[in-house]
Design a protein around this ligand. Structure first.
Ligand SMILES: *Cc1c(COP(=O)(O)O)cnc(C)c1O
Length: 389
């Protein structure tokens, strides 16, 4: 088995039998067939690549081949965004009357799907404290079809015991889906712990350059085929150029992630002893309540940390304004550092109760890019010092 940097550079080669060193962009909505038999076969081939781009495209297949290899899954498929990946998967895998378990601390869009969209479709949901595996066990009912996990979680960097949740789900005949956006397959491979389907906002680390919106699902072919079938109806198709850019981004994922990991840890360590900071949430810190679990299931702790300031909403906001390198933005996972104040960002997506339950008002989420570590640390400390004065 070749190493990860070799995988990201070479795995897609068989999907584009071309003499071009860089894969061609198949900027076409449709493909032609030579005869009726080939045409009919193309129409029903799950995740094929030469029938109609909504059904599949060689640029999609290239990304899928690389991500499946990185995640250690049988297959993968791409969607137009991370949210397209999760909503398509849910529409494929659950029906009215079913029950889904998710986490209290989770990405805002995922929380809204669990709290608003699924209940509207007759699917009941329970959100649990992910730090306690017993909470998942207590939430299981005879109707539970799916357990959705996200670890580390956005924005509190809480850890979910992947093996415990996978074992629990399988004992009850339910499937598990894990959002692996924050960790990336370099830092964590949920399928190794028994998770069925791994999904990503590929907009973040996988692409890594803040210039593409995309999603990826990776898992067993049988489950992906069901999701692909539904994706033909939801139609959230990734454009061929965006798939091509995503592959180009993934090529350097194994080079970028170690720097993100170094920068995340250095910032977490530097800020945790600052007098304006009440708490730093970062699974790589020995003081993180779940550090041991994180170390067991992760190879690195990622570039995202969140910082709670003693002066609440105003101080968090002032810190963001004083940072020189990280810009105020909703995204993360790119080469440039970005920072956000989740309490204000999610105000439009969730109700006040839903926000205050999971997001402290004085919390800043900092996503370290790949800049020089010393520059990011000096910048963050200077911004925090200015608050203290
Ligand atoms: C951004 C994000 C998503 C949503 O992905 P989009 O590509 O923006 O649709 C889902 N999960 C996590 C953890 C994210 O950070």
């Amino acid at each position: 088995m070749p190493g990860k940097s070799t995988v990201t550079v070479h795995t897609d080669r068989e999907t584009h039998p071309s003499r071009a060193v860089a894969p061609p962009i198949y900027q076409t909505a449709a493909f032609s067939a030579e005869d009726a038999t080939t045409f009919a076969a193309g129409a029903v081939e799950p995740r094929g690549q030469d029938f109609y781009t909504r059904f599949g495209n060689p640029n999609h297949a290239q990304v899928a081949a690389v991500v499946a290899e990185l995640e250690g899954t049988e297959g993968a498929m791409v969607t137009a965004s991370g949210m397209a990946a999760i909503t398509t998967a849910l529409l494929a895998l659950v029906s009215s009357g079913d029950h889904v378990i998710g986490q209290k601390s989770t990405y805002g869009g995922t929380a809204s799907v669990l709290l608003n969209l699924l209940p509207r479709l007759g699917v009941s949901t329970t959100l649990v404290d992910q730090t306690d595996p017993d909470e998942f066990a207590k939430a299981v009912t005879s109707r539970t079809r799916l357990i959705l996990v996200e670890t580390p979680s956005n924005p509190l960097l809480q850890i979910t015991d992947l093996r415990a949740v996978a074992d629990l789900a399988h004992a009850h005949g339910a499937l598990t889906l894990a959002d692996n956006t924050f960790a990336t397959p370099l830092n964590q491979r949920p399928a190794d712990f028994g998770i069925d389907v791994v999904w990503h906002s590929a907009t973040k680390y996988l692409n890594g350059h803040s210039d593409v919106s995309a999603g990826v699902l990776a898992g067993p072919a049988k489950i992906l085929d069901r999701i692909w079938d539904t994706s033909l109806l939801t139609g959230a198709t990734l454009g061929p150029i965006d798939a091509w850019l995503l592959l180009r981004g993934i090529r350097t994922l194994p080079l970028r992630v170690p720097r993100h990991n170094d920068n995340g840890l250095a910032l977490a360590e530097a800020l945790s002893s600052h007098p304006t900071v009440t708490r730093v949430h970062y699974p790589g810190l020995a003081t993180h309540p779940q550090h041991h679990l994180a170390a067991d299931q992760m190879n690195g702790f990622g570039g995202v940390l969140s910082i709670e300031f003693s002066g609440g909403y105003e101080m968090a906001d002032a810190f963001l304004s004083r940072l020189r390198y990280p810009r105020r933005s909703a995204s993360l996972g790119g080469v440039e550092s970005l920072a956000v104040h989740p309490a204000s960002m999610w105000a439009g997506m969730l109700t006040d109760d839903q926000i205050t339950d999971t997001v402290p008002a004085g919390l800043v989420r900092l996503a370290a890019g790949t800049e020089d570590t010393a520059d990011l640390v000096a910048d963050a400390l200077a911004a925090a010092d200015a608050l203290h004065d």
